[in-house]
Write a protein that binds this ligand. Sequence first.
Ligand code: NAI
Ligand code: MG
Length: 371
Amino acid sequence: DRYSLLILPGDGIGPEVMAEVVKVIDWFQANRGMAFDVSHDLVGGAAYDAHGAPLSDATMARAQAVDAVLLGAVGGPKYDALDFGVKPERGLLRLRKEMDLFANLRPAQCFDALADFSSLKREVVAGLDILIVRELTSGIYFGEPRGIHSDDNNPENEGGRVGINTQRYTSGEIRRVARSAFELARKRGNRVCSMEKANVMESGILWREEVTWVHQQEYPDVELSHMYADNGAMQLVRNPRQFDVIVTDNLFGDILSDAAAMLTGSLGMLPSASLGAPMANGRPKALYEPVHGSAPDIAGQGMANPIACILSFAMALRYSFGELAAADALEAAVERVLAEGVRTADLMTPEGGRPVGTAEMGDRIVAALEA
Ligand code: NAI
Ligand code: MG
């Protein structure tokens, strides 16, 4: 198989960490007979400097046509004063919106060697590998009616105002994100836990019914369980390793995925992906990116941790290309390098010894693939 990949390094440390991913891609091409059609393009401030827009129409069209997009990071102080319409972040927002990326994937993976960096005890998180799938394009952040109104007819209301948001999900919106979660589970531990508040919310009742319907009709081979989201928050902190894939709505997913991120350690370690509907070749539209931003405070110094971006590519191998063995090998290489004590500056305490730079971390990971 040939895989098409659009690389958008972006700004700040984006190009620095992406250079290490390119080494990894080259290694898989040279040593595992995989064929990638890789193209590079601009996004964010870099695109604004070249075209006066944070994402050109030509780049947008390219993103729609490839199997996967891999993005570094956008933004930086140089662009802070720009008009909202051309801010670097708008490039990313345009990609997400026009590709209709409704499923946001946030893995929480705790490598044994970093277990002491977690906010929780080592024995709770060591070896953790879960995936939160958050619905990203609907729910209470988008539902109508919304707004802040005067509440003049209600003399009991001190201050006289009311703020309104609406949680609204259609069955179709729930079914499509549920399908994403079941498909992903088949490429991992084959278990899905769906979280909502069906005890107090109608949208939660519908969520549970529709996830159950998709499960019975299309994915009976995957193990499905349901949990109230508040209990889910508790269980994520009490015993996170009980989960494989968690699927939940936009609001609960926002909160649960941030909490889960803290189980794992540094921002420099966290990958993510956003998936849309399947394309003609059966692969979902997909954008992979590290969770971190452009880190202007360390940009240009060659000290950024490239692991979040490299693990984002591992997610592309697994979820876009179906190269599960290659994804496992890449994650194992990261694990091995960390176990050898190799650390970028963000992964050590001030008295921790000599950190390696971005390029050396990338080289060590490629060497570990070799071994
Ligand atoms: P940030 O994630 O860029 O940095 C936060 C802190 O974490 C900094 O101290 C940074 O040095 C450190 N850090 C981040 N990634 C690291 C890595 N790979 N290795 C080592 N250290 C790392 O968030 P911040 O400072 O809030 O935003 C900086 C810029 O990035 C802003 O312009 C913001 O808008 C943009 N941003 C872009 C995102 C994206 O492209 N998806 C996401 C978040 C912020
Ligand atoms: Mg958040």
